[in-house]
Design a protein around this ligand. Structure first.
Ligand code: SAH
Length: 478
């Protein structure tokens, strides 16, 4: 480690800044933010820099830099474009044992400025030791997107309770457990949602409830999207990385499960068409049991939890037990698979509405209102319809949908194994019988399917990355 990261308290300390241009202005802005008294020295000083320092108990000296100006000074920065002047400032500061920074000259620095992520009181400094400021800035950009703005308010809230918590718990371990739960649980979530007052009340209530072990956990019902991990939301990812235990089903891709906290317990509760690994009641009960043990439980579902996901049922049973929960929407298969297959679900000329329908039938015809599904100018998307495809297609035709209406099967959409089969209502079932594209698969019916051919720029991408099966090509694919 070339440099030891330290945080310098500059409250009422004097910092000398030699130089009066843009770079000096940037440094002065930082110093002022840390409440330093800034003395700027240069022949020419930007008016806004003069104003900044003078308004913050500092001083602007227009004229020649002199070594004596470093008397009783705590920090020195040289930000001029005059190399020999910069060197002189460096020497004068070193001779007086004052920390010095010469902008963009790591060799002349006894300390360096990191790239800063400011969520005061939480502050993160990133440094590459002067080797690559661009790398530090890129890292800072990543951190900026990763750390919610609410961390600043969360930090302040913790500050308000710090002494009280200290008094309440005798051991460091108990204190740490309490803070870990607080900072990663409901209190933090409330702050992120902008409900600071409720967060403070809850924190107080948790603290008064003495034994932190007896606190109820929380359930996160999260949509994990259709497969491609890049389609996760930031919120999904954040909750995935803080949950203690993960219950996921077969629609959630391996790559997505891999993004969950490494040391979280991962439980497969998959439901496949004929084989219910854990029945729905059992899943509901598991969620309750784990939450009552104080765990943060992630219920990770494919696509969106409220679209053919039975998310509502799981929440009802949590409500009965007063277990707190949050729901995070995910990108549903209809949206993702159609996009990745180059099929827009609506189009000014061809479809003014979309219907999302389950293709799972209890008995052959009565469940679905086909009369509604055959309207022109709409796209119909069938979930869970792969095994009933012949019945669906035949019924749509019988109820008046033209037999030449385009239809597509998108199998394992958005994953590396995505395949797309294009046909018409008349032949799509037969084509699928030959191609045998595997589940999960989505069926899209409507004129918009034809646009897939026209969106060649996108079609190409699908062809290369996702194994598109073109209408006449599937025979050779098999
Ligand atoms: N909640 C999920 C849907 C669950 S129902 C969502 O919002 O997407 C299960 C059905 O979703 C499957 O039978 C299939 O029709 C569809 N599905 C889910 N993921 C899919 C994928 N990656 N590719 C194609 N179809 C998918």
């Amino acid at each position: 480690m070339e440099y030891l990261p330290l945080f310098f308290k500059l409250d009422d300390k004097t910092a000398v800044l030699v130089g009066g241009g843009q770079v000096a202005l940037r440094k002065a802005t930082l110093l002022v933010r840390a409440r330093a008294q800034v003395k700027v020295i240069a022949h020419h000083i930007l008016p806004e820099l003069v104003e900044l320092v003078e308004q913050n108990n500092g001083e602007a000296i227009i004229g020649e830099y002199q070594a004596e100006m470093l008397e009783k000074v705590d920090l020195v920065i040289a930000a001029t474009d005059n190399l020999s002047l910069n060197e002189q400032v460096h020497h004068d500061a070193v001779a007086r044992h004052i920390p010095v920074n010469v902008v963009d000259k790591p060799d002349l620095c006894s300390f360096i400025f990191p790239a800063i992520v400011d969520r005061s009181p939480l502050v993160i400094g990133v440094s590459s030791g002067g080797e690559s400021p661009v790398l530090s800035r890129l890292m800072r950009a990543k951190l900026e997107t990763w750390i919610p703005q609410g961390y600043s308010r969360l930090g302040k809230l913790v500050g308000q309770f710090r002494e009280q918590v200290k008094g309440r718990f005798t051991t460091i371990n108990a204190r740490r457990t309490f803070w870990e739960k607080t900072l990663q649980g409901q209190v933090a979530e409330k702050v992120f949602a902008g409900r600071d007052e409720e967060a403070a009340e809850l924190l107080q209530a948790n603290l008064d409830a003495a034994d932190p072990d007896q606190q109820v956990g929380e359930v996160y019902l999260v949509g994990g999207g259709p497969g491609d991990p890049e389609l996760l939301t930031f919120k999904a990812l954040r909750l995935m990385q803080q949950a203690d235990i993960v219950l996921y089903d077969s629609l959630v891709s391996e790559e997505v499960v891999d993004l969950c906290r490494r040391d979280a317990d991962k439980v497969f509760v998959g439901k496949r068409r004929d084989n219910h690994a854990v029945p729905q009641d059992g899943i509901n009960q598991l969620l309750i049991d784990y939450a009552l043990q104080g765990k943060r439980v992630l219920r990770l579902k494919g696509g969106d939890p409220f679209i053919f996901g039975r998310g509502g049922e799981e929440l009802e049973s949590l409500k009965e037990h007063n277990i707190p929960f949050q729901v995070v929407p995910g990108i549903t298969a209809a949206s993702a698979c159609s996009t990745y297959a180059g099929i827009p679900l609506t189009h000014r000329d061809y479809a003014q509405s979309v219907k999302l329908v389950t293709g799972q039938l209890k008995n052959r015809t009565t469940d679905l209102n086909y009369a509604e599904l055959v309207h022109p100018n709409q796209t119909v998307v069938f979930y869970m319809g792969l095994h009933t495809l012949p019945v669906l297609a035949q019924n749509l035709i019988e109820h008046g949908k033209p037999a030449d209406t385009p239809a597509a099967v998108v199998s394992k959409g958005t994953t590396r194994d995505q395949q797309v089969l294009i046909g018409t209502l008349a032949d799509i079932a037969e084509k699928q019988a030959q191609a045998q594209l595997p589940a999960p698969a989505l069926i899209i019916v409507g004129e918009v399917v034809n646009l897939q051919e026209n969106l060649t720029w996108f079609g190409d991408q699908v062809l290369h990355n996702h194994g598109l099966v073109l209408p006449d090509a599937h025979a050779t694919e098999d």
